[in-house]
Design a protein around this ligand. Sequence first.
Ligand SMILES: Cc1cc2nc3c(=O)[nH]c(=O)nc-3n(C[C@H](O)[C@H](O)[C@H](O)COP(=O)(O)O)c2cc1C
Length: 215
Amino acid sequence: MKQDLSEYRKSYEKSELLEENCVENPIEMFRNWFMEVERSETVAEVNAMTISTIGLDGFPKSRIVLLKKYTYEGFIFYTNYESEKGLAIAENPNVCISFFWPAMERQIIIKGSIEKIAENLSDGYFESRPRGSQLGALVSYQSTVIPSREHLEEKLKNLEAQYEGKEIERPSHWGGYIVKPQEIEFWQGRANRLHDRMRYQLQEDYSWKIERLAP
Ligand SMILES: Cc1cc2nc3c(=O)[nH]c(=O)nc-3n(C[C@H](O)[C@H](O)[C@H](O)COP(=O)(O)O)c2cc1C
């Protein structure tokens, strides 16, 4: 089988990213871009982001998770602390998250260190989830090998019966992480492959150094 994709070509002409558009704080920059993408209603899951970790096997691995909150401190998502990514993070807290919003021809790449959020914050978010998702967190030992789909469905049925009429508490293996950024790059596609790339790097005095990178 031969699948030649060399003719796939696109010219990026939607927007530009100039020095004068770069506000001092990259989280504000992130918010500006995020809100623009949201308003454009062109991206189905604007909060879907790729998170890459360095695994216990030494390989990087990337997967999508959903951004649930961002503040000046960082970017928060929820997962299973004992999943493959959870174990990787416990060993190496240096991670990379990235967003690709094709309709706006934009990419954001964030390097940072990750840590668990406070338990009461995870509790609060867990409580706000629909019951089905709460049970899902209990059912699934994320990233472990299971014998079949039926095994999962059987487990869900048993848990539904067990918790009927009862409140479901957050299992300790499930909760939030916050990625605290050290470097954030904003990429805006431009014509003739002369894309705009602006990189923010956190300095020792907590200010951000802003530089343009070659595309
Ligand atoms: C659109 C989308 C959203 C997802 N959101 C999450 C999420 O918020 N948290 C999560 O743990 N997994 C989420 N997943 C599943 C992950 O991509 C991944 O399969 C899972 O976290 C297990 O990864 P790991 O085995 O590398 O730890 C999502 C997948 C997709 C495609």
